[in-house]
Write a protein that binds this ligand. Structure first.
Ligand code: B4P
Length: 187
């Protein structure tokens, strides 16, 4: 089982756990957040467009992120599986992903959702702000990101539950505890 999606609110630990899992499974981690931040850093046309959404805590337009994924999952290192970290985040993105994969004779095997209460998310993101200084880790922007998650991304839980692919995982605990819960779901 190797075509995996990681979902969860901002700060749930998607990026942290994705790195560990991908190393263990030998598959690439595809983080739309990382790809967008790299584009912002390099001031590419896509990065310039994405920056104003990201800084405000808004989702980048579907057409932009769908384009990123379309190119990325066709690369050779995705042949034996991949982990999508932070994509899809809207029903439109999920629909696009399904039809993209269908065209390649593939499908998603599992969607893991990391569950973490809002108070813990806020604590983690504010502490990341001190360490990494990410432009979108401030209290007002975090609130907007959580609102966006609740409005636009939460409906995806039903979407993958209907496909019998959803696994809910408790994202509170030590890194090792969370990794082990995820591994159980993928076994
Ligand atoms: P992302 O990069 O996906 O960022 P995230 O949701 O904030 O973080 P993540 O859940 O990966 O948390 P992390 O492991 O770092 O998105 C950033 C922005 O890009 C979005 O707001 C949006 O604008 C744009 N974007 C990305 N994808 C998009 C899409 N598909 N569509 C539209 N727009 C898109 O963990 C956070 C902190 O918690 C870290 O400091 C970590 O050390 C700590 N932590 C992790 N696990 C822990 C644990 N078990 N216990 C304690 N602390 C823990």
């Amino acid at each position: 089982m190797k075509n995996i999606i990681f979902m969860g609110p901002p700060g749930a630990g998607k990026g942290t756990q994705a790195k560990i899992l991908c190393q263990n499974l030998g598959i690439p981690q595809i983080s739309t957040g990382d790809i967008l931040r790299e584009a912002v850093k390099n001031q590419t046309p896509m990065g310039v467009e994405a920056k104003r959404y990201m800084d405000a805590g808004d989702l980048v337009p579907d057409s932009v992120v769908i384009g990123i994924i379309k190119d990325r999952i066709r690369e050779a290192d995705c042949k034996n599986g991949f982990l999508l970290d932070g994509f899809p985040r809207t029903v439109e993105q999920a629909d696009a992903l399904d039809s993209l994969l269908k065209g390649e004779g593939k499908s998603i095997d599992k969607a893991i959702n990391l569950q973490v209460p809002d108070a813990e998310l806020l604590k983690r993101l504010l502490s990341r702000a001190e360490i990494e200084g990410r432009a979108d880790d401030n209290e007002a922007t975090i609130k907007n990101r959580l609102d966006n998650y609740n409005k636009k991304t939460l409906p995806l839980l039903d979407y993958y539950a209907a496909q019998k692919k959803l696994s809910q995982v408790n994202g509170v605990g030590s890194l090792e505890e969370v990794t082990s819960l995820i591994q159980k779901e993928l076994a």
